[in-house]
Write a protein that binds this ligand. Structure first.
Ligand SMILES: [Mg+2]
Length: 230
């Protein structure tokens, strides 16, 4: 398979097809969530205001403190305060509903679903803090949810990512279907999927990544927008 446009046909041809989708920065743009938190912080800590004024929602990257540093905010105490403020909000039901699907993402996942695939949403979000908001948001935006879909998120916030990833791989394998395609934004995760499921097409959407991303395997296929899959 060369591009995300080939997935529907591959789903139709496969026995018990399934596709795996990461949420944050793959299907969902987290910029509105970060932006809302930053605006609220500026209300409470006015020293942030001149820096926030130099930013827009589309400037939101992986961490708000880095976004502020880029526009000249270097007050260590202020940045630390903001980080604490951000941490207590970002990973919550109330704020996760601010996320917006990337262009074409809903239509793309629906097309794969309607072609017969089981949709496996996989995310390091945690059930106690973000489960309700995640389901609410997927449903509100029109992503398939319910029958023939699985939402696999962390049972506890403190679960290490590596343990979570291993448990998810085992779970996917145990389902026994054909993993037709996997969609990720983090090179390290995409690479790990390709290693574990070499027969699957693994795609990497070029949105944002965590700091110091790993080099991408040459057999993982990068793409820029779900709109390409039309
Ligand atoms: Mg992600």
């Amino acid at each position: 398979m060369k591009d995300i446009g080939g997935v529907v046909a591959a789903v139709r041809a496969a026995k018990r097809p399934m596709c795996v989708f990461d949420l944050d920065s793959t299907l969902m743009n987290t910029a509105p969530r970060n932006w809302r938190i930053l605006q609220e912080a500026a209300h409470i800590y006015p020293a942030l205001t001149p820096f926030v004024a130099k930013l827009t929602e589309s400037d939101m990257g992986y961490t708000v403190t880095d976004d502020l540093r880029r526009v000249g905010c270097h007050d260590v105490d202020l940045l630390e305060t903001l980080h604490e403020f951000w941490k207590t909000r970002f990973f919550t039901n109330e704020y996760v509903v601010c996320d917006r699907p990337y262009p074409g993402a809903v239509a793309y996942v629906r097309r794969i679903y309607e072609a017969g695939a089981l949709i496996y949403y996989l995310s390091g979000r945690d059930e106690p803090g973000m489960g309700r908001g995640t389901r609410q948001s997927l449903d509100a935006h029109g992503f398939p949810l319910g029958e023939r879909t699985i939402l696999h998120i962390k049972p506890a916030f403190s679960m290490p990512d590596i343990d979570f990833k291993r448990a998810a791989f085992d779970d996917i394998e145990r389902l026994g279907g054909t993993v037709v395609a996997v969609f990720e934004n983090e090179p390290a995760n995409a690479n790990a999927f390709k290693e574990r499921f070499p027969e699957s097409a693994v795609f990497l959407i070029r949105t944002i990544t965590s700091l110091n991303p790993s080099p991408l395997r040459s057999d993982v296929i990068p793409f820029t927008s779900f709109a390409e899959g039309r």
